[in-house]
Write a new protein. Structure first.
Length: 768
């Protein structure tokens, strides 16, 4: 059914739908892929399709499987259905998330996988507790083989629908001295003994049941006349297998998604699932929703031009009937602090012009980037909120680090002492800590004083006494060092010597990597204050910002967290190579990761309704070092007709153009980062820079800054062994002659590649 007869009155659920949306609603038979671009009304079309199936009596509510990714999306769809079909919406028992529906199925067939129907679904804390027991049972040291790391492995295997017997041998041997697969198997045994399952098991067990009990699968195939799936681009392999098994007989499956917004590979999502839909379901109808109801033409054209550089996509082009609006602004600034000042000034100007702060957002690639904006907004009194995460100084790892610093400056700070006395684990169990608290109460003294008294007694076990005594000795040593070391340097020493930074590095997860980045940013931020006391006072001011009850607040969030949201005015910050696209992502994922980073940029731009501003800095202070930065390759991929390039630096757009010529498609002085073999600016690995000290910024000071009387801009000092006319060798561009020098940046006329602008650290001097 593709269209209604012309003489028939349009049903109410079709009112206001454009022709492609109507086609998506009325094409009910056979496989359908609804390729829905950002802001194209896909939820409305999906809900109308479900209403049409029910009102047309093509199926009873219990015969439709409608799958969403989040409980919020499921609630929204059910609410819209109530508006359209009334009480009939209450009879949709199979509308919900993957996990909710799979859990309902599993409770009906739990006995087939050795569970009772009243099995418990473990939360993350219980899962980690059980994994710690499994690791200990195997005689492994949990410090070396963290439970969180094993949980990450198991989650990945379950996302792929792999039981312990199906995990590839190489991966099974990648944890626990080659025993990762055996630990996974033991974990599953322990879950069964507890009559429990984790979230990954809900689908994994159902796949096992479908494989081993064809009659159960056939029953569900007969039951579901229609299957509808939202956000299909975010499905993992297990979800994909579950859906394709259920849809194999009737083939009435409609998947709604956008290959250009697949940004969750780190959670197991496989963009290939949507790209191969037509191969999986021959004869499938592909319907493209391309009319955007959110953004202006310039914003959409910029997004279209950017995403067109991806090879792994089906292809579509968003358009709108709205008037032209503003072009996308691209602004080059000198450094991170100037970036924060510029955004703050722009937000205040928009507010004076009548815009609401609630309609403004700053989108960052990584959590550590929020710190500079938070500090700036507190200083100018601009209300803000963090969405999808904690404010910088509220994050657990930052609060832990601050507790270490507080105990150095305030010896009797009991709250700080309690927070870190066993973080990381020092072998001080609940009994030892209980005795410590009891003594503090009996003495009516702070915990640190009680601890000093306790280690001189035999109340604790020898191991616990040694651990506590060693911790007290560490604090005393750091307090002595505070007189000789710069406070930022002291923080780095403490985080290294305490084992705190090593604790997060051992976890080897995306979340842990982000925590390490936040700790690095914390120590860098300290360099802006004259003393540790001044810095801690500043933190207190920032934290007090939450006391503001301002009704309007500017939003700061990551690009990942922004998916599905929209704002009138969007600031996209930190668009430099190594920051965005993320160097770490490309190192680990190569060209596939680069395409996902580009999709993330596309998502960011399409959040904007009225204006989008992209900002990149010429210099970043990363790992405690001032480093020259080059604009993101994504900047060079934006169509010139739809962007306006400006710069706050001397040289303006011409300087930006010169730097841009050496980034992205125009050349890459950092190596072939698109294949993960290069290094972005300043993002060198710890092993390449002297280990842990380099990870936290080392003991180096920021590079010298040269101020030129003839210019308001400043530049990083360059090498003194290169001059105009020098012959040099570049690993990518070959031999060339230096024609100009700007700090640590060289203008070089390469024999084969022509004129390029590169950093002096990437060339070898051949002679004059």
């Amino acid at each position: 059914m593709a269209s209604l007869p012309q003489h028939a009155a349009a049903p109410p659920w079709l009112a206001g739908l454009n022709p492609p949306q109507q086609r998506a609603v009325l094409t009910t038979e056979g496989p359908v892929l609804i390729l829905a671009g950002a802001g194209t009304g896909k939820t409305r079309a999906l809900t109308a399709r479900l209403a049409h199936i029910l009102f047309s009596r093509l199926a009873w509510p219990s015969e439709v499987l409608a799958v969403t990714f989040t409980n919020k999306a499921a609630r929204e769809m059910r609410h819209r259905m109530e508006v359209l079909v009334g009480d009939m919406a209450e009879g949709l028992p199979w509308l919900g998330t993957f996990h909710a529906i799979a859990a309902r199925m599993l409770r009906r067939h739990a006995g087939l996988v050795g569970l009772d129907s009243n099995f418990t679904i473990l939360d993350t804390d219980d899962q980690l507790r059980l994994l710690k027991q499994v690791i200990a049972e195997a005689g492994l040291e949990e410090k070396r083989w963290p439970a969180k790391q094993l949980a990450s492995h198991i989650d990945r295997w379950k996302n792929r629908g792999e039981t312990p017997a199906q995990v590839p041998p190489g991966e099974a041997a990648s944890f626990g001295e080659g025993r990762g697969g055996a630990l996974y198997a033991r974990y599953q045994e322990r879950l069964a003994a507890l009559n429990a399952a984790d979230f990954g098991d809900l689908l994994l067990h159902m796949l096992t049941i479908f494989d081993q009990h064809p009659d159960v699968l056939e029953d569900y195939r007969r039951r579901f006349k229609y299957i509808m799936v939202d956000e299909y681009q975010d499905t993992n392999i297990a979800q994909y297998r579950w859906l394709t098994l259920l849809a194999a007989t009737r083939r009435n499956i409609a998947c709604v998604g956008d290959d250009d917004q697949s940004i969750y590979s780190w959670r197991g999502a496989e963009v290939a699932n949507i790209l191969k839909f037509e191969k999986d379901f021959p004869g499938a109808v592909v319907i493209k929703l391309e009319q955007n109801y959110r953004s202006t033409p310039h914003i959409l054209a910029a997004a279209n031009g950017l995403i067109a550089h991806n090879k792994g996509r089906i292809g579509k082009a968003l358009f709108t009937d709205q008037p032209g609006g503003e072009v996308v602004k691209i602004i080059g600034v000198w450094d991170g602090p100037e970036e924060a000042r510029l955004v703050g000034d722009a937000a205040e100007r928009l507010a004076r012009e009548g815009a609401s702060l609630n309609d403004m957002a700053i989108l960052v690639r990584a959590q550590f980037q929020t710190r500079a904006f938070e500090d700036r907004f507190v200083s100018i009194g601009l209300p803000y909120k963090i969405i999808g995460g904690f404010r910088f100084y509220e994050r657990a790892e930052v609060r832990d680090a601050l507790a270490y610093l507080r105990i150095v400056t305030s010896p009797n700070d009991a709250l700080a002492f309690e927070r870190i006395v066993n973080t990381p684990k020092r072998g001080l169990g609940d009994k030892a800590l209980g005795k410590l608290h009891a003594l503090a109460r009996a003495m009516d003294r702070p915990l640190p004083q009680a601890a000093a008294a306790l280690v001189e007694t035999d109340e604790l076990t020898p191991a616990a006494r040694r651990a506590l005594k060693g911790f007290l000795a560490d604090i005393a040593r750091w307090r002595d060092q505070a007189e000789a070391l710069n406070h930022a340097e002291l923080a780095r020493v403490i985080l290294e010597e305490s084992g705190y930074i090593a604790m997060w590095q051992a976890e080897k997860s995306v979340e842990a990597d982000g925590r390490v980045e936040n700790l690095i940013e914390l120590t860098r931020a300290m360099e802006d204050y004259p003393s540790l006391t001044a810095f801690l006072e500043h933190v207190s001011l920032v934290m007090d910002n939450d006391a503001s009850d301002a009704s309007e607040k500017l939003t700061i969030m990551t690009l990942h967290a922004a998916k599905g949201l929209e704002f009138d005015h969007v600031f996209l910050v930190g668009w430099e190579e190594g920051v965005f696209p993320s160097q770490r992502a490309m190192d680990e994922g190569g060209s596939a990761a680069l395409e996902e980073e580009r999709r993330l940029a596309y998502v960011g731009i399409t959040r904007a309704k009225r204006s989008a501003t992209i900002i990149h800095a010429a210099n970043r202070q990363i790992y405690g070092q001032w480093t020259a930065a080059i604009p993101s390759r994504f900047v060079s991929e934006l169509p010139p007709a739809h962007v306006e390039v400006t710069s706050t630096m001397a040289g303006g757009p011409s300087l930006w153009r010169a730097a841009l010529a050496n980034s992205g498609a125009g050349g890459d002085p950092f190596g072939d980062v698109s294949r993960g073999t290069g290094r972005g600016p300043g993002w060198a690995r710890a092993a390449e820079n002297g280990g842990m000290a380099a990870t936290l910024g080392g003991r180096g000071r920021p590079a010298p800054i040269e101020v030129r009387a003839s210019s308001v801009s400043v530049g990083l000092a360059g090498r003194n062994d290169v001059a105009v006319g020098s012959r040099v060798l570049h690993s990518k561009f070959g031999n060339g002659t230096v024609t100009g020098i700007d700090g640590n940046k060289l203008e070089i006329d390469f024999d084969a590649a022509g004129a390029k602008r590169v950093l002096d650290s990437f060339v070898e001097i051949l002679g004059q």
